[in-house]
Design a protein around this ligand. Structure first.
Ligand code: PGA
Length: 261
């Protein structure tokens, strides 16, 4: 493993459907997290569970970070349904997923709006997990390098000028849209080639010094049976995991496997 810890983001999406189950899921994470030393682990529950999640995390000494699944580009004001970066910080939330393909798809989020959210996050000391890999046609499995490059360059526009706080970082999640929630993962060679390409685009967009600090993670049907293999792929600095994060057994196996390396 490199000196940067392997990043594991667990994205609960719109699950579970009540607070008791959310606390039980958190509680089930405790034991595997205690033996964790190789990974930086961040849980992304629905925002309505963040406050209780934080209280629970502290009182039960659960060793992981908390992240939001989205944040508003605006600081405050008439934005019904939105959650601001300051509100997240006030709840000790230090990460936010931005531009997930489900958000781009269902709410028509554009690259420009993604960029506004990324800048707001960084200016407020929140680390964005910027998701790329969205393609309008989810059946399209061929890699669209131009589209990936656009999503990186547009998503990180003007970010070079922002001075990052010490604890703040940028994470890029490559998530081929056809692999999300389908049980299909991209093959090792593809993942390695795409991650290399992303790292090159990051260098040309942000310069070597900033780009080197960015972790490029993979998402799309990562689970307890493939996490270990996928973690060995060159250029993979972590995972964003959806479905498997809702199963205590799968969560434990993923964390234990990655800690046995
Ligand atoms: P999945 O979701 O692991 O269920 O494919 C990944 C994601 O959407 O972040």
């Amino acid at each position: 493993m490199s000196e940067k810890k392997f990043f594991l983001g667990f994205n609960w999406k719109m699950n579970p459907s009540n607070i008791v189950d959310s606390q039980n899921l958190f509680a089930s994470y405790k034991i595997p997290l205690e033996s964790n030393k190789n990974c930086e682990i961040v849980v992304f529950p629905p925002s309505i569970y963040l406050v209780a999640g934080e209280i629970f995390r502290i009182s039960r000494k659960i060793k992981c970070g908390l992240g939001a699944q989205d944040l508003s580009a605006a600081d405050e004001g008439p934005y019904t349904g939105q959650i601001s970066a300051k509100m997240l910080l006030d709840t000790e939330v230090k990460y936010s997923i931005i531009g997930h393909s489900e958000t781009r798809d269902h709410y028509g989020l554009t690259n420009r709006e993604v960029n506004e959210k990324v800048k707001t996050a960084l200016k407020n000391g929140i680390s964005p997990v910027l998701c790329i890999g969205f393609q309008r046609d989810p059946g399209q499995t061929e890699i669209n390098y131009m589209e990936l490059k656009t999503q990186i360059q547009a998503g990180l526009r003007q970010v070079k000028k922002i001075k990052l706080e010490l604890h703040t970082k940028i994470i890029i999640a490559y998530e081929p849209v056809w692999a999300i929630g389908t049980g299909k993962t991209a093959d090792s060679e593809t993942i390695s080639t795409v991650h290399k390409f992303i790292k090159e685009v990051l260098i040309s967009t942000l310069g070597v010094r900033k780009a080197e600090k960015i972790q490029v993670i993979y998402g799309g049907s990562v689970n307890d049976t493939n996490a270990l293999e996928l973690s060995k792929i060159e250029g993979v600095d972590g995972f964003l995991i959806g479905g498997a994060s809702l199963s205590p057994e799968k969560f434990a196996k993923i964390v234990n496997d990655l800690n046995a390396i």
